[in-house]
Design a protein around this ligand. Structure first.
Ligand code: COA
Length: 533
């Protein structure tokens, strides 16, 4: 652990300021001009609508706000916030997934990243059993990229497939249409369990007026073709006619007002704050990302009463303690923890301990938190002969099969197979959060540069053209920049490899929400495959 708490704090506070700046760009695309344009259309910014939709004073837990930056699509470098806001808030006391197209971003059209974000929010809703409200205002597919957003699984059609499936599971799908919903986009209105349309603001049709004129010669206005009046009075494709956005919000709340209250499937203790001061977490996180951490101290900063009950504390010192396992309470909810410790390299003993603990928690139906700060599993002949491959695989198997809610929080290096064993994205954690200290990539920039350099050197030697020292240095620097750049939370957040980059001060609150939401569905029985003990 760094012995300079002040330096650590300043570094992470500064990094989080950069996060604030990036988020501000995401939330206010087009600045005041775009808001004035919305006002001219009788529309308010989407987050104002969302705040009115959720219960008074309730928090909107917005997901993946920095999605879409630097995605470099044809003629479009950034898609702020991915073009759609998604997040979780309470409506009449029930956690609900909310989606809102941001018409300030290319008319709310769907880019690949927009779809990915929409699908991720639907996946969370489905996994956790949440009703969904869609505030729809979209020009549909972003046409220059139709081949990348239209025909495949997880493309445009999957949004409606998901709506149908969730509706069949009893999860309400409610659409509030407050703008254009053309062609495929019209299904967001017609597939809903109930949909609300706004007079002279919302339109829904399979082909807009220009297409109709071209196809049939009919000349018709958007209002007469598929406005709120048409669909609530003639076609029956929508259910509620409202005069403006404010009335539409009230209507959606009314539709959901008699829903069954949700139950959290866990026993719960009285919530108690950590005993540590709020700034402690900033002070104990080393400024250098590759410097080891003290996992127990970190857990004390996020757990109720700063209380951590450790499992197998004394097992295999120096090898078994690169992971700590145990239990904490977060906002009164008991949670099993697997946390990287020190530099976080996973030895066979640590992998075995983690596997045991995952299985124990599964048997007890205790949800799991994976705190990831690991550069990978231990390499070398000693480790291979000890069975790091098979014990690492057992850990991956346990993570994959554990039926309890699993949440990953990345607070440092997140490389190689440790990403798998510590419940990375491919292992479908209920939620995946990171921080500005997270670095997610196959290996660190330094390691990647070394590996690639040895390949390049061998190639050049074989060609009788060995690399000069300055060439080597330039190559090394280029690789470090590329790999470290791609591991950065801005890069990963832009591509939705995290559900939210959290500030250290937000972790506890978000974990409290995420475990509560993840426990809304009853936990099934444990079933693991074949371990290799
Ligand atoms: N694909 C790509 N770009 C689109 C688009 C689409 N489907 N729909 C709108 N845009 C772009 C516009 O070209 C414009 O880009 P610019 O800011 O670079 O000039 C931007 O989005 C805003 O569009 P604009 O028409 O000015 O917004 P609006 O609020 O006045 O109208 C719509 C919104 C959705 C009613 C209107 O844009 C529209 O009808 N779009 C086409 C919808 C369609 O036919 N979709 C079929 C695809 S499934």
């Amino acid at each position: 652990m760094s012995d300079n708490p002040t330096e650590n704090r300043l570094v992470w506070e500064n990094e989080e300021k950069k996060l604030d700046e990036r988020v501000a760009e995401a939330l206010w695309p087009g600045g005041q001009k775009a808001i004035d344009r919305l006002a001219g259309q009788n529309k308010r910014p989407i987050r104002e609508l969302i705040q009115e939709l959720i219960d008074p004073g309730a928090e909107f837990y917005e997901l993946s706000r920095i999605a879409g930056f630097g995605v470099n699509y044809p003629n479009v470098e950034d898609v702020p916030c991915g073009g759609v806001a998604t997040g979780i808030g309470k409506i009449h006391g029930n956690w609900t997934m909310i989606f809102a197209n941001d018409s300030r971003v290319k008319a709310g059209t769907y880019f690949p990243i927009t779809l990915k974000k929409h699908m991720r929010a639907q996946a969370i809703a489905r996994q956790c059993g949440l009703n969904c409200v869609y505030i729809a205002d979209s020009g549909g597919a972003f046409l220059p990229m139709q081949a990348d957003v239209f025909p495949d699984d997880q493309h445009f059609g999957s949004m409606f497939y998901n709506m149908a499936q969730m509706s069949a599971m009893g999860l309400k799908q409610i659409t509030l249409s407050t703008g254009g919903n053309t062609a495929g986009g019209a299904y967001i209105v017609f597939m809903a369990c109930q949909s609300v349309m706004i007079d002279k603001l919302a339109y829904s049709f399979l082909g807009g007026p220009p297409l109709v004129k071209m196809a049939t010669g009919e000349v018709i206005t958007a209002e007469d073709l598929g406005g709120a009046r048409v669909h609530t009075r003639i076609s029956g494709g929508a259910d509620h006619f409202c005069k403006d956005q404010a009335e539409a919000i009230v209507k959606v709340r009314e539709i959901l007002c008699l829903d069954k209250p949700q139950t959290v499937h866990s026993h719960r203790y009285q919530e108690a704050p950590p005993l540590t001061a709020p700034e402690t977490v900033y002070e104990i996180m080393p400024a250098a990302v590759n410097q080891g951490i003290n996992a127990v101290r970190f857990l004390e900063c996020i757990s109720d009463d700063s209380y951590f009950i450790e499992y197998k504390k004394d097992y295999a010192p120096g090898r078994g303690d690169n992971i700590v396992a145990g239990k904490i309470r977060i906002k009164g909810i008991p949670v099993g923890v697997i946390a990287s410790n020190a530099v976080g390299i996973i030895f066979a003993e640590a992998a075995r301990k983690a596997t045991e603990w995952i299985v124990r928690c599964s048997q007890e139906k205790t949800p799991l938190l994976f705190v990831q700060n690991s550069p990978g599993y231990m390499v070398g002949s000693e480790s291979e002969h000890m069975g790091i491959g098979k014990y690492g695989a057992d850990m991956v198997r346990a993570v994959s099969c554990a039926q309890v809610p699993r949440i990953q929080l990345v607070i440092g290096p997140d490389h190689g197979a440790a990403n798998y064993g510590m419940c990375g994205r491919a292992y479908r954690p209920h939620f995946l959060f990171s921080t500005m200290r997270a670095r997610t990539s196959v290996m660190s920039g330094r390691s990647a540069a070394g590996v690639l350099m040895s390949i390049e050197e061998a190639k050049r030697k074989a060609m009788n053209n060995p690399m000069a020292e300055e060439e080597k240095e330039a190559f090394r620097q280029k690789m470090i920049e590329k790999y470290d750049g791609e591991a950065h939370p801005f890069y990963c957040g832009a591509r939705l490899l995290t559900d939210r980059v959290l500030k250290f001060s937000e972790i506890r609150d978000w974990l409290g929400m995420a475990f509560e939401v993840s426990l809304l569905k009853p936990i099934g029985e444990p079933a693991f495959g074949n371990f290799r003990f």
